[in-house]
Design a protein around this ligand. Structure first.
Ligand code: GLN
Length: 475
């Protein structure tokens, strides 16, 4: 029997399991088959687990006994910086090449309770630093829409696995766009939840004040189902928040949608992106929503602020990878030499660049000039959103300034790469939730490259993202 993986959703798969049209084993086998065929070209996985069929058998037992939840038997791919007990987790770094997780991340524990089927761990930029998956120590992932292009990053492997029909849904992490940007490049949905909505326990920290775990799916509904399964307060992560749900209920069908026109005039944005964006506004207007011009005057400082705060947090978070506690160790003549040699051999260029930058901005002579100032401006950016959400229910922008770029195009120019994050980074600084929904495409040569629209809501208001996201994806 052939299962139409391309048009499959969680609900469709669940219905088929319950009706007995096919089993979780059948579905898992279909994905494994697709991986065998496609992943040598795409390289979305660093490892496909050897016990996928056994996991699916267990899910089938649960289904047969009538105890299946909506996610039971659903095949899912996991970014390589999220811990699954007893399995390798490397963050696509050489330094953790042989590291095996000793416990489950909270999100994994929750998914295990649902009875999902973990297909494998996906490729990423090393320790989630990057926007193209080219910073993986294990080679880049390719975009399923054009193998010469990047899938985005840092969660590029997760996005490509879903877009390439090699998993039904996936988890990624987003510190400055790492779920939304690859979702946009790969034509799928990606959600960065409110900071504190999802536990970070068991996720390798990059920028702890910005990191969030979130779902990838082909539809808004799939992202919503997965988000509902992983969210919630967790005693293992004191930054998780209670009762975030739906502070502002979406009562009316007509939403006020804010467009930060000035912010969109920032240089370097592809004309076709703006055209496509205007088309998305037209569609939403036709559906009865109101488009309102808003100002977010301090968002232009976001990238500068982000690239001070992130390296600062990175330099501190990366200190634990010293060749003593985890993973790779290169022995020298003294203990301190072990430390230098292990980090030298184990960490890649972008990670080193950020450690150096972060150590600099945190050093006593520059702390006030950079790190403190960045934190002050961060508060001002938060205020911008606060003011805007008094006026509108939701804010809309493109997800990225252009479609997927070519492999090698930006990798030697970190500033160009950082500019990719112009629309996604401010959201993490403010801690608000945002979703990227596929909308339109740009024809380049003979390939139609997918584009994404980003919807942004106030803290805890994911529901409004799902509501409008569904409108945007209506055919
Ligand atoms: N591309 C951004 C960066 O390199 C975002 C990364 C992320 O969200 N993990 O920092």
């Amino acid at each position: 029997m052939t299962i139409d993986l391309k048009n499959l959703t969680i609900k469709k798969a669940h219905d088929s399991f319950v009706k007995g049209e096919y089993s979780a084993v059948d579905l898992a086998s279909a994905y494994l088959e697709q991986i065998k065929k496609e992943d040598k070209n795409i390289h979305s996985y660093l490892e496909v687990f050897s016990d996928v069929i056994e996991q699916a058998k267990k899910a089938d037992e649960k289904i047969k006994s009538g105890k299946a939840g909506i996610l039971t038997g659903i095949p899912i791919a996991i970014k390589d910086n999220i811990l699954i007990k007893g399995r390798k987790a490397s963050s696509a770094s050489k330094i953790l090449e042989n590291y095996t997780a000793t416990y489950d991340a909270t999100v994994i524990e929750k998914l295990k309770n649902e009875g999902v089927v973990f297909i494998g761990r996906t490729n990423m930029d090393e320790f989630a630093m990057g926007g193209s998956t080219e910073n993986s120590a294990y080679g880049p992932t390719k975009n399923p829409y054009d193998l010469e292009r990047v899938p985005g990053g840092s969660s590029g492997g997760s996005a490509a696995s879903v877009a390439g029909n090699m998993a039904l849904v996936a988890l990624g992490s987003d510190t400055g766009g790492s779920i939304r940007q690859p979702a946009s490049f790969c034509g799928i949905v990606g959600l960065k939840p409110t900071y504190g909505a999802v536990s970070r326990y068991g996720v390798m920290a990059m920028g702890s004040s910005l990191d969030q775990i979130g779902p990838f799916g082909k539809t808004v509904e799939d992202a919503e189902i997965l988000f509902d399964a992983i969210k919630g307060q967790d005693k293992m992560d004191s930054t998780t928040l209670p009762n975030l749900e739906n502070k502002k209920k979406v009562e009316s069908k007509k939403l006020a949608i804010g467009v930060p026109r000035d912010f969109l005039k920032i240089g370097g944005i592809d004309k076709d992106i703006i055209k496509n964006f205007e088309e998305s506004l037209d569609k939403l207007k036709k559906l009865g929503h109101e488009i309102v011009d808003i100002e977010l005057p301090n968002l232009k400082y976001s990238l500068a602020v982000y690239y001070v705060i992130v390296p600062a947090e990175v330099s501190s978070n990366m200190a634990r990878y010293d060749g003593m506690r985890y993973g790779k160790r290169v022995s020298g003549a003294t203990g301190i030499e072990d430390y230098f040699l292990s980090r030298q051999a184990g960490l890649g260029r972008e990670v080193k660049r950020r450690i150096i930058l972060g150590t600099y901005v945190l050093s006593s002579g520059y702390y006030d000039a950079y790190y403190n100032k960045a934190n002050i401006v961060r508060e001002i950016i938060k205020e911008d959103y606060k003011k805007a959400f008094k006026k509108v229910d939701i804010i809309i922008t493109p997800t990225t300034p252009g479609p997927a770029f070519k492999i090698g195009e930006k990798v030697d120019d970190p500033l160009q790469m950082y500019l990719e994050d112009i629309f996604t980074v401010p959201i993490n600084l403010a801690g608000v939730p945002a979703i990227s929904v596929p909308f339109g495409s740009k024809k380049v040569n003979d390939k139609a490259l997918p584009l994404g629209i980003q919807l942004i809501a106030d803290h805890g208001n994911e529901e409004v993202l799902f509501t409008l996201g569904k409108h945007l994806e209506e055919k």
